[in-house]
Write a protein that binds this ligand. Sequence first.
Ligand SMILES: [Zn+2]
Length: 218
Amino acid sequence: MSAHCCDHGHEHASAAAASPVYRRVLRVALAVNLAMFVVEIGAGLAAESVSLLADSLDFLGDAGNYAISLFVLGMALHWRARASLVKAASMAAFGAWVAITTIGHAMAGTVPEAPVMGVVGALALAANFGVALLLYRWRNGDSNMRSVWICTRNDAIGNLAVLAAALGVFGSGSGWPDYLVAAIMSGLALVGAVQVTRAAVAELRHARESGPQAVGSL
Ligand SMILES: [Zn+2]
């Protein structure tokens, strides 16, 4: 459930860019992930469920990766690194907001609406498997069945954690299963944002050192 698990296309940049069908698939994947990001935030706020809010972080990170694959991948390294920094910064901001909201809910003893968590968690699971099927079916040449599988498995673990939290809340009448899952997932998202930032900063340094044509306006 790492926040930046679905990194399709980076290894096969030129091939992916050359295939209009694969680009269309990436656009659908981007749209589904953005839509589910919005749906989970809306449902999380309406049902007062912080684990739904935390699960939406993965959709945000994956949408960022698809956007980078589609629009930035063919560009120079320092532009890709900057796009990654923007992604990491927005994930860190959302992750921090989810973490703070989780602490607030834990202190207030907020009990989320378990049925909404269950329905939206199941929808998120279906969306992730739908995107995985699409990517697998239209995978580009030697492209990465393994990375699609790892990404989908990690996303499914997050979705199942939300479903488990829904069951826990339903069974116990307490919000703690929700807070616990949200704390773990927002923590992972923050760690992921730090890792992406570190890698992007290293890439920017590399781009600066590798010659004047790659410098740009740092
Ligand atoms: Zn993911």
